[in-house]
Design a protein around this ligand. Structure first.
Ligand code: AMP
Ligand code: ZN
Ligand code: FE
Ligand code: FE
Length: 292
């Protein structure tokens, strides 16, 4: 069963398998009509995404980004929608993040060599292509080299937070990232909160992030069960956050993968997000369907 909207996805400009054009065409074929591409810490795929979105008159495209932040013991991802992705200081900041991603990936390759699981930087670079390098590209190189059989196994055995090849990133706090996103007129949404619920840190974090300007939380996501969706919807309501969602489609396969639009995201919260974007003067940064 497909949703008309999907607010979280990745292309070749970060760790997705499809180009922005392929991604949008797939979402469109799946019946999605309100879509956002949210590559990790990069906006360079947005021109191509807008161009492709423009070929479908009944298609709304929202410029987005997913930014990685760290809190003690875990990682927090924040989605920014309706961002002014031409803002030069913002772009400068993203370039710095790209450099730090590169350094981190180099360090992880070194660690893997020390662990007796050698991969080459060239292969990681080849998987990353023109975009932001991430752990999934290292995972693909590990699979290719025959050290593991799947990307998930690469994360479980080596690349996960507690894995032997893990390297910390430059720390950005979620509050800093929210402020960065608000600074470019974006609306900020907490992504995939399940891990945070498991560590017991979610409620404290939501209080602090709401204060910092968070407007939404992902409630409808990949394999979240109806009970989990109900829990997150109640939390969103408690903290005054819009209950949003997305497939987080990467095209890398795996048991958790959902196709674009294959999430039970209802239209009401999406309309609420669009209406907030209108109030804040951010809606003009989206490509709005003619038919709407
Ligand atoms: P990075 O941005 O380099 O820290 O890599 C994080 C990305 O790796 C996430 O956004 C996911 O796309 C992917 N990822 C994280 N954990 C796993 C996992 N256990 N299995 C597969 N992919 C994962
Ligand atoms: Zn990713
Ligand atoms: Fe994420
Ligand atoms: Fe994501």
């Amino acid at each position: 069963m497909g949703s008309l909207a999907d607010l979280h996805s990745h292309s070749t400009f970060s760790d997705g398998r499809l180009t922005p054009s392929q991604l949008i065409d797939l979402a469109y074929r799946n019946g999605v009509r309100i879509f956002s591409m949210t590559d990790h810490d990069i906006v360079d795929g947005l021109p191509e995404a807008f161009e492709t979105a423009g070929r479908h008159p009944d298609f709304t495209f929202i410029p987005g980004i997913e930014m990685s932040t760290d809190v003690p013991g875990s990682e927090v991802h924040i989605l920014g929608h309706f961002i002014d992705w031409h803002n030069e200081p913002f772009l400068q900041r993203l370039r710095t993040l790209q450099k730090s991603r590169l350094n981190r990936a180099h360090d992880m390759v070194k660690k893997l060599i020390e662990l007796g699981k050698p991969i080459t930087w060239e292969r990681v670079q080849a998987f990353a292509g023109e975009g932001a390098v991430g752990r999934p590209h290292i995972a693909l190189a590990l699979v290719e080299a025959g050290h593991v059989s799947t990307v998930s196994e690469a994360f479980d055995q080596y690349l996960g937070r507690n894995g032997p090849a893990y390297v910390e990133r430059d720390r950005l706090s979620p509050e800093e990232v929210i402020s960065l996103l608000l600074g470019v007129g974006g609306l900020a949404t907490l992504a995939h909160p399940r891990e945070l619920l498991a560590t017991g840190t979610l409620e404290g974090l939501l209080g602090a992030l709401k204060e910092a300007g968070l407007t939404g939380m992902e409630v409808y996501y990949q394999d979240y069960l109806p009970e989990e969706v109900a829990t997150f919807r109640a939390l969103a309501s408690k903290f005054g956050l819009i209950p949003l969602g997305g497939s987080d489609y990467h095209g890398l396969g795996g048991p958790q993968q959902r196709e674009p639009g294959n999430i039970p995201l209802p239209m009401e919260p999406v309309e609420e997000l669009l209406s907030l974007a209108r109030d804040r003067g951010a809606i003009e940064r989206a490509r709005i369907a003619h038919a709407r």
